[in-house]
Design a protein around this ligand. Structure first.
Ligand code: B12
Ligand code: SF4
Length: 600
């Protein structure tokens, strides 16, 4: 029955057997949020579209004659931002140019994040309108959960839910042979007004695809020139090229706020150590890549494999440097693993802690405990040259302010180089999504770029938090946040203020590297790495003054002091923040700017 439906779908395709496959990564930032000055400073994400690289490898394996193109519109737009005649609509020209050259194309578009819904929709509509005869295929994390809506809105012909390689292989083989060779499990499509869902993708799908030859489809050595994979790649050297590598798929844990378990399935699938090393060798020796960042969700799942991998990297590619911005599971880091991670070139890593409240850790099913993390702190401190950043989440469903304070206090106690606080996001495909829905949280309603409450790249001009609107008077702000009753469950607006205060006090005013025995050079390097994404953030300039003073670099300290003053001068938002936290003036040694406060 499903096979018959799939056959019917194939028969209806306007292009039955594609001679060209154009794979598109839409731009991450919608036009209304795109800030040219941030783009020009390389402050946005420019990341290799690895999902499309894997799909391209499958296509080439199934049909070596097929002409595959990866059109990374995000990268292209950032590259174009350096030009004097910048136009956001440039991506449309690229798309037209690419599709017009084809005589029998299929177009595949990634839809990874809820935040990229506007960009995905715009690109897809553009293809539909201008090339109505071209079949549109879609896949990615968010597409896996929004598939009905995508089909109903006619944004695509078929959705590949979850991991795409195996269903795409079946799809392409069927296109080539003209008849369904099998059912592409995990796909969904519309046939004559009926929506067909062809089950879940197969369990334990193979992952050892050799992607080296399809790297010719992207300018991997150029990505670092136009953005970064977050601050880590910048931290280790903005001038250093980076690539991303995926060694394992899946995760041992099943944290209730994360989609990985649902998306990648239960077991953990590991590539052979040799194939991972060969891929990295290719990237480093043949493409001039200086540093890699792991995409793995559970890199250390198998301790022996992890040690073998790092030993192999240390001996075979001694020049390699690496980062783990996606995070490691802290309790999995043994003395031996830590030693070999550092010997194989690890410069910085994140760990996911999420909460400092025992009940909450249990409720969110985080595979960690506070005593174990205290032990790990001692281990990490043995390697002061390595940057350690910990992730914490605030605002779980029904989380009280008292529980958030436990998180704040634990972050301060652990004293890592950086504590990344995030506001919990309800993600489709997670256990927590329905808890948020039951609470009527409006973030569950519509996917949009600025729906995240996090002050990430979406925060306009670094001005995160209250917007001087009516609700502000009832909010506790600045240090007054600490006076919130412990049993309060803060609303979304109050959460933003809590985020601001925790972040400012823990990371800026009291960063452990500013204290005696700290490492000011490390924190200055880190602040510079994040600064390009937040050029209007006055607290960053203030912290850079403090850092450069500790490094006895008067010239740089003066530069950032002047920058701090002009940012505060120009922004009523920062004037109010300075009033809440006069420590910022002390930090920036900008007491001369005190008259600013009189204007507030
Ligand atoms: C690396 C990464 C990033 C990188 C780069 C993203 C990238 N390369 O796409 C960066 C740092 C930019 C990033 C940012 C964010 N991320 Co992120 N990220 C990841 C991570 C760790 C790996 C993604 C990856 O490369 N996977 C490996 C490749 C091979 O798989 P893939 O891309 O999924 O592609 C496969 C399928 O999706 C499918 N497929 C994809 N596209 C297509 C297209 C076609 C035509 C077909 C047929 C198939 C197909 O086939 C591919 C092969 O199997 C995932 C977690 C995970 N394990 O997936 C989270 C993840 C994707 N991120 C997530 C989130 C929430 C975010 C942020 C919103 C976080 C934030 N608050 O800012 C931001 C979004 C950006 C922004 N702010 O606007 C969520 C997405 C959930 C959601 N529905 O939104 C994930 C799943 C993690 C989680 N917590 O659950 N992220
Ligand atoms: S440990 Fe990380 S990747 Fe694994 S389920 Fe938890 S949040 Fe997701």
């Amino acid at each position: 029955m499903l096979e018959k439906a799939f056959q019917g779908f194939l028969d209806n395709l306007k292009v039955r057997n594609p001679r060209q496959l154009i794979l598109i990564n839409p731009q991450l930032i919608p036009e209304e949020f795109f800030d040219l000055s941030v783009a020009r400073r390389g402050g946005y994400y420019a990341y290799p579209p690895m999902g499309l690289v894997y799909i391209a490898a499958v296509a080439k394996q199934i049909n070596p004659q097929i002409d595959v193109k990866i059109l990374d519109l995000n990268y292209e737009l950032l590259r174009h931002s350096k030009s004097e005649n910048f136009s956001y609509r440039y991506w449309q020209n690229l798309l037209v140019e690419a599709i017009e050259k084809c005589d029998a194309p299929h177009v595949g578009i990634s839809y990874m994040f809820g935040t990229t819904k506007p960009s995905f929709t715009e690109v897809s509509r553009f293809v539909r309108k201008n090339f109505p005869h071209v079949p549109v295929l879609t896949g990615g994390v968010q597409a896996s959960y929004d598939y009905k809506e995508l089909l109903e809105s006619n944004l695509c012909d078929i959705v590949f839910r979850k991991e795409g390689e195996m269903p795409f292989k079946v799809f392409l083989e069927s296109c080539i042979s003209g008849q369904a060779v099998d059912v592409p499990r995990g796909t969904c499509f519309n046939l004559d007004g009926t929506y067909y869902e062809l089950g879940e993708p197969q369990d334990e799908a193979p992952i050892d695809w050799d992607i080296r030859s399809v790297y010719s489809l992207i300018n991997i050595e150029e990505y670092h020139k136009f953005g970064s994979l977050g601050a880590f790649s910048k931290y280790n050297g903005e001038e250093k090229s980076f690539a991303t590598v995926l060694g394992n798929r899946g995760c041992r844990a099943r944290c209730t706020f994360c989609t990985v378990r649902d998306f990648n399935g239960f077991g953990i699938r590991q590539r052979t150590v040799e194939s991972v090393i060969d891929e990295i060798k290719y990237l480093v020796r043949e493409r001039g890549i200086n540093q890699i960042d792991w995409l793995d969700d559970d890199l250390l799942w198998n301790p022996q494999r992890a040690v073998d991998l790092f030993k192999g990297l240390a001996t075979e590619i001694p020049e390699l440097e690496w980062l783990c911005s996606n995070g490691l599971i802290a309790v999995a880091i043994s003395e031996e693993i830590m030693e070999w991670m550092v010997k194989s070139g690890m410069k910085a890593f994140k760990i996911g802690i999420e909460s400092g409240n025992d009940e909450m850790l249990h409720a969110i099913k985080k595979p960690t405990t506070k005593p174990k993390l205290r032990e790990k702190k001692k281990l990490f401190k043995k390697y002061p040259e390595v940057l350690v950043s910990a992730n914490f989440i605030l605002g779980f469903p029904k989380e009280t302010f008292g529980q958030m304070m436990d998180t704040y206090n634990f972050a301060r106690e652990l004293d890592f180089d950086w504590s990344s606080f995030y506001i919990c996001q309800p993600l489709k495909g997670t256990e927590m999504f329905s808890a948020f829905q039951e609470l009527g949280d409006d973030r569950c309603e519509e996917e949009r770029y600025d729906k995240t409450l996090n002050p990430g790249r979406s925060a306009a001009r670094g001005e995160f938090g209250y917007s001087f609107q009516s609700s502000e008077d009832t909010l506790r702000k600045g240090k007054d946040v600490f006076n919130l009753p412990l049993d309060t469950i803060p609303n979304n607006e109050q959460l933003k203020e809590i985020w601001f205060t925790f972040n400012l006090v823990a990371n800026f005013l009291n960063n452990p590297n500013f204290a005696p025995g700290g490492n000011p050079a490390k924190i200055v390097k880190w602040l510079l790495a994040i600064h390009s994404g937040y050029p209007y953030d006055a607290s960053m300039s203030a912290a850079l003054v403090r850092g450069y003073k500790l490094l006895n670099n008067q010239e740089k300290a003066t530069y950032y002091r002047e920058k701090f003053k002009s940012l505060v001068d120009d922004s009523p938002y920062w004037q109010r923040r300075v009033k809440e936290f006069p420590e910022l003036l002390l930090m920036a040694e900008a007491s001369a700017a005190n008259q600013i406060l009189q204007n507030v």
